[in-house]
Design a protein around this ligand. Structure first.
Ligand SMILES: Cc1cc2nc3c(=O)[nH]c(=O)nc-3n(C[C@H](O)[C@H](O)[C@H](O)COP(=O)(O)OP(=O)(O)OC[C@H]3O[C@@H](n4cnc5c(N)ncnc54)[C@H](O)[C@@H]3O)c2cc1C
Length: 380
């Protein structure tokens, strides 16, 4: 039985997140974007943490909201519509937490998950990508050497959201003995670990609130009890982490698209040319109709992927499709909205250029859209 209605709790969650965004995020989204990667403002994450929405997938037993993926997608859409940079910070926290939720020891869960649910905001980061290993994650050269009851980590990570401001980093590396999927390990690295340095802060085109850095590790000692999961399983739960996260990143795309669409719709009813609102020109109203249709279809794909995840059904393909659909609709709707607003749409005074720059990130992070297509093709 297919049921498209949201529960009262889900409706309430949308209202709650929308109200927070309206009051605390939307008014400063332009400022956060302008400040960029160099200046992280803890205000928005403080607001999310105060409402236990900074890492919404942390189970209730560890102090979290315990939201399932469908509910989390509703939060992600609202935050995406408000400021995709803020939404991405939440996504990064979820990405760092998910391996611990899926495969962490009871002690790891008790130590690290409550940090992410505290009312004082704690951030977390997932460090996987390297300068020479992006889509091909198994090519990574960060090495984990087992020595005297410790893992010693050496290498360099790239594009790490929340880098340098995270209370802990969930890092993936290769053991020195095996350079294949089974040789991958995941460890939790506390902020103050020896030999751990924050490298260059990346100056990004969009989602500029989400501070993104390189991270450097020089023989960083990590106690073996901070290794996540049994040996040989890290690649598996890394893929599960992405399969879950991609649906939520699709929701962020839907949020950006919705914000651009709503802005252009309102503008088209206010702006007059040739003696009537531009909305009454079919070229404009049809463009808005097309945007509304694509937003709705991407949202339904996100909801379906989340529903499959929440019901523990086969969700890999659906999640990759949802991520493609969300990122594509974000790029499509922001470009269309800019055209509808004419020359003004191109000005920095309007939010559209930020939406457009933010939208561009979504086909790159969490695996490019090419990689999503490779995932889908592998299931055909
Ligand atoms: C804003 C942003 C935030 C990010 N956040 C994080 C983070 O928090 N943590 C983290 O670890 N990483 C993060 N990343 C890294 C991101 O996951 C990688 O950029 C992405 O996986 C691609 O890797 P790459 O940039 O090295 O590109 P490459 O892998 O070098 O790819 C270059 C091009 O080749 C294509 N390509 C490569 N292999 C194939 C293939 N087999 N088939 C078809 N096409 C292929 C790609 O699709 C792309 O078009 C972030 C990236 C961005 C832009």
């Amino acid at each position: 039985m297919v049921d498209f209605s949201l529960t009262p709790e889900q409706e309430q969650l949308i209202e709650e997140t929308r109200a927070l965004a309206l009051k605390h995020i939307i008014p400063i989204a332009g400022k956060l974007d302008h400040a960029g990667d160099d200046h992280f403002d803890f205000g928005p994450v403080q607001v999310l943490a105060g409402n236990n929405l900074l890492t919404p997938n942390v189970p209730r037993e560890f102090g979290g909201r315990g939201l399932n993926h469908l509910a989390t997608s509703l939060v992600a859409e609202e935050l995406g519509a408000a400021c995709a940079g803020v939404a991405t910070v939440m996504l990064a926290n979820m990405h760092a937490a998910t391996p611990i939720i899926l495969a962490g020891s009871p002690k790891q869960k008790q130590t690290f998950l409550p940090l992410l649910t505290a009312s004082r905001p704690n951030l977390a980061a997932l460090a996987l990508t390297e300068p020479e290993a992006g889509s091909d994650v198994v090519a990574m050269s960060t090495v984990a050497v087992e020595k005297d009851g410790l893992w010693e980590i050496s290498g360099e990570k790239e594009f790490v959201i929340n880098g340098g401001i995270a209370s802990f980093t969930t890092l993936f590396a290769m053991t020195d003995s095996r350079k294949d999927k089974a040789g991958m390990v995941a460890v939790i690295i506390p902020q103050d670990a020896p030999g751990f340095k924050v490298g260059a802060v990346r100056n990004k085109m969009g989602i500029r609130y989400a501070r993104t850095t390189r991270l450097l590790f020089n023989q960083t000692p990590v106690p073996v009890d901070l290794a996540i999961g049994p040996k040989g399983t890290a690649y598996l739960f890394l893929m599960q982490t992405f399969d879950r996260g991609r649906a939520i990143s699709g929701a962020v795309g839907v949020g950006i698209a919705r914000a651009a669409y709503e802005f252009a719709l309102e503008f088209s009813k206010q702006r007059h040319q040739f003696g009537r609102p531009i909305f009454s020109h079919q070229a404009v109203s049809f463009a808005l109709a097309e945007m509304a249709t694509r937003i709705e279809s991407a949202r339904l794909m996100v909801w379906k992927a989340c529903w499959l995840i929440d019901h523990d059904l086969d969700y890999t393909m659906a999640s990759s499709m949802a991520k493609i659909a969300g990122s594509q609709v974000a790029q499509y709707a922001t470009a269309q909205a800019m055209d509808i607003c004419g020359g003004r749409g191109y000005l920095k005074d309007f939010p559209l250029e930020k939406y457009l720059r933010d939208a561009r990130a979504l086909s790159l992070l969490e695996g490019t859209n090419h990689i999503q297509k490779a995932v889908i093709a592998s299931q055909l």
